[in-house]
Design a protein around this ligand. Structure first.
Ligand SMILES: [Zn+2]
Length: 134
């Protein structure tokens, strides 16, 4: 059932040709594989970076909270908040934010503690000029 005429077009393989061909194919496959590995790991890394970045953006975005304040803003307001130098509507928004944001609540509690310590220190030193006038 073989067709001898077709085989006439074939030439004999030179020594080592098959071996070098398979070697070349194997090398090619390995480079494709390693490129694929690099691609997969870089995709994974990119996804991780995007994920982390997105997470960071989400926590920083003002729209993340119904009060329209980002945690960073709330933290910035803490000084003025305890100094009672904020508009009532801002105070309302901060308090709304503190209601649902444990992180900022902790921050404010910490700040209040520090502030109350500083406050007593300030009142003590503030008395000195008054005493000096007498
Ligand atoms: Zn917050």
């Amino acid at each position: 059932m073989t067709n001898p005429e077709k085989h006439d077009n074939w030439t004999d393989c030179r020594g080592g040709e098959i071996a070098s061909l398979s070697h070349r194919l194997r090398q090619k496959r390995e480079s494709v594989n390693s490129r694929r590995r690099i691609m997969y790991s870089s995709i994974t890394a990119a996804m991780l970076i995007i994920g982390v970045g997105l997470g960071l953006v989400m926590t920083q975005l003002p729209t993340n909270h119904p009060d329209g304040l980002a945690c960073a803003e709330v933290a910035d307001y803490s000084k003025d908040y305890f100094a009672h130098q904020l508009k009532p509507e801002i105070v309302d928004r901060i308090e709304m934010h503190l209601d649902h944001c444990k992180r900022c609540r902790d921050h404010y509690a910490e700040y209040q503690e520090d502030h109350s310590k500083q406050h007593t220190k300030h009142t003590n030193t503030a008395l000195l000029p008054v005493l000096a006038f007498r």
